[in-house]
Design a protein around this ligand. Structure first.
Ligand code: GDP
Ligand code: CA
Length: 350
């Protein structure tokens, strides 16, 4: 079985760890490797050059999580991390003091930057780096060309970092600056994808979507994770024409983005923080949208009829991924939803 997953960082990583667990538990060879092929198309909109190094936050979140090396308590980065190099960079006045590059993490960024400078593409580099971690899935960046997300905010006249005021009274900054430094507190006027015009989907991405038995959209940020993958030339078209069912998992439970600051992103594009609103924002494939089926949490069961009326099949299942087992069950439910022909399914027995 070929499974292709669209994913951002932390939410995507948790979902993928569950999917891998589910496949290991259920496939005859127990490996999840020979009977199931999982390809992950990863958001690279968060990527940036910092102190001469190429940093790819979402690729690394997934790699560390599936590699068993992530810091579960902090929720991101490497377990047992130290920050000696970062302190030196701050002393030299380079980099972003609020964007800590841990010492172990720097090993990844140095390796990636080295290989990129040797002339490898980002997908080639990603394959080389991931090989060390025995992930059990194939990671593909959405594009080999940089397509960085920038955020346009109103200029405040107080010297907001992130670039000079534009003539129209706005300022534009890299997504990570808006997200990490300003904690998404500056109202975003819009998101821009710099480099999109000259980008193409990375090798293997379109084929992975067209050749899949099922495509899963992870419960990742709909705006700055999944929303930045879809416009990469070739990807939306492949999602519309694939014969595989496309199944999405809501990142919103009971009107809350669960963890993190996704509300600020949804506010900026005028989509309510609600499982039905996000499902309808993705839209039904039958009506030119992205999805065939949409998983919502049991606490949102009352929204099912409205979503179904918009042309989506709905599954009502627990969406919390607090443990690997919960995430594995969620992945199993998503695969069932891909096979299901009924328009609404409730609970796990379908
Ligand atoms: P990022 O790139 O690190 O921000 O991570 P993603 O974009 O992959 O995922 C972030 C999103 O995951 C958050 O905005 C939440 O909406 C969602 N999320 C986090 N934990 C859970 C969970 O336990 N269940 C569900 N359904 N969604 C979650
Ligand atoms: Ca991210």
């Amino acid at each position: 079985m070929k499974i292709t997953v669209l994913a951002g960082g932390v939410g995507g990583a948790k979902f993928l760890r569950g999917l891998r667990q589910h496949l290991r538990d259920t496939l005859p060879d127990g490996s999840g490797g020979t009977s199931a092929e999982v390809t992950v198309v990863v958001n690279t909109g968060d990527d940036l050059w910092l102190t001469g190094l190429r940093v790819c936050p979402d690729l690394d979140s997934i790699m560390y999580t599936l590699g068993g090396a992530n810091d579960e308590v902090r929720g991101w980065g490497r377990l047992g991390e130290s920050e000696r190099v970062s302190a030196e960079l701050t002393a030299y006045g380079v980099g972003w003091p609020w964007f800590t590059l841990g010492d172990l993490d720097l090993g990844t960024h140095i390796t990636r930057s080295h290989l990129l400078r040797e002339g490898l593409t980002l997908s080639e580099v990603t394959a080389e780096i991931a090989a060390r971690w025995n992930l059990g899935v194939t990671l593909l960046p959405m594009s080999d060309q940089p397509v960085e997300t920038h955020v346009v905010v109103a200029a405040d006249g107080n010297g907001v970092v992130g670039g000079p005021d534009a003539a129209d009274g706005t300022r534009t900054m890299h997504f990570e600056e808006w997200w990490v430094h300003y904690r998404a507190s500056l109202p975003a006027l819009r998101f821009e994808q710099h480099g999109l015009e000259s980008a193409t989907a990375a090798p293997g991405v379109v084929q992975a979507i067209l050749g899949a038995d099922v495509v899963l959209v992870a419960p990742s940020n709909p705006v700055v994770s999944i929303g930045t993958i879809l416009p990469v030339p070739g990807i939306r078209e492949a999602l519309q024409s694939t014969l595989a069912p496309v199944v999405g998992v809501s990142p919103i439970i009971s009107g809350s983005p669960v963890r993190g600051m996704a509300k600020a992103c949804l506010d900026a594009i005028g989509v309510a923080v609600a499982a039905d609103a996000v499902g309808m924002h993705y839209g039904s494939r039958a009506n030119g949208g992205l999805l065939d089926a949409w998983l919502i949490d049991e606490s949102d069961a009352s929204l099912a009829d409205g979503i179904q009326a918009a042309g989506l099949r709905v599954s009502v299942v627990p969406l919390w991924m607090n443990t690997v087992d919960q995430a594995a069950q969620l992945a199993a439910d998503a695969l069932v939803a891909g096979n299901s022909r009924s328009s609404t399914s409730t609970g796990r027995s379908i």
